[in-house]
Ligand binder design. Structure first.
Ligand SMILES: [Zn+2]
Length: 270
């Protein structure tokens, strides 16, 4: 796997200019076009010789920056992994208020936090929004078409169950089911990188880690009871949800039957 970092660094133009001069040729792309507004953009593989120096200079000058990491896997790494993080399509992504609750799905709460909520109605959603997807998420639930459900059931995938879901206006739609993941993994390894949330999590019952900035990492023994469908123990990212992790078997069944998702990333097992 090869890591590629994207930095937007902000600070005094002359400091940024000296950094750019120092690192040119030692990183893949150093973009000085916004220096006059105090911004330097770097996009580079992390294995380049200038990368450790870049980190040192950012820290030495205490420069404000944002960091995103892309990870590129070889075909062999993609095909031989045992577990994968799944990037499940979210057709409501641009409508953050339109969660399962918005469409009338009800929950009973046993704590101060959404982690303590138990779903008390069938899942309701705007079925017209699912579009071409056979597997999608509506925060915080997963949905599948009934044909995708049948494929999953016929292949005996473990750690998952299904219940009927419905259009919120009871309109005719292709049959859809809620996919319920039954297995929650133990906590991830401490080397998983996150940008922590800015709020303090006052809930004693869950761990809200923040915005994921690395691959997910588990010690091997933590995966000994893993199923074909699993969720992380921790909550991540903008929607503060558990992340779906599937086995190689699940990925292969979904791929073979053209049940598409946005992508998979191998879980790092140490
Ligand atoms: Zn909680």
């Amino acid at each position: 796997m090869r890591r590629r970092a994207k930095f937007v660094i902000q600070g005094d133009g002359s400091i940024l200019s000296s950094i750019a001069k120092e690192l040119k040729g030692k990183l893949d792309q150093v973009d000085e076009s916004l220096l006059k507004i105090g911004r330097l953009d770097v996009d580079s593989y992390e294995d380049r010789e200038g990368y450790p120096e870049l980190l040192e200079l950012i820290s030495k000058h205490n420069l404000q920056h944002t960091f995103f990491e892309g990870r590129e896997y070889t075909k062999k790494e993609m095909e031989t992994a045992e577990y994968y993080q799944v990037f499940v399509p979210y057709p409501w992504l641009h409508d953050p208020e339109k969660k399962a609750k918005y469409y009338g799905t009800t929950y009973e709460s046993q704590s101060i936090c959404e982690c303590g909520e138990t779903q008390t109605s069938e899942l309701k959603l705007d079925s017209k929004k699912i579009g071409k997807w056979q597997f999608a998420t509506i925060d915080p639930e997963f949905i599948v078409t009934d044909s995708a459900k049948d494929i999953m059931l016929n292949n005996d995938l473990s750690g998952v169950t299904f219940q009927q879901a419905r259009d919120f206006k009871y309109r005719e739609s292709p049959p859809i089911s809620q996919l319920i993941v039954l297995h929650i993994l133990p906590p991830t390894n401490n080397n998983v990188k996150v940008v922590p949330y800015t709020w303090e999590n006052k809930c004693p019952n869950c761990i809200q880690l923040g915005f994921l900035r690395s691959e997910l990492i588990y010690e091997r023994e933590k995966l000994k009871d893993a199923k074909d469908f699993n969720l992380t123990y921790e909550y991540f990212d903008a929607y503060v949800n558990r992340i779906l992790i599937v086995s190689a078997k699940t990925r292969s069944v979904l791929t073979k039957h053209k049940i598409r998702v946005h992508g998979y990333e191998p879980i790092s097992i140490i």
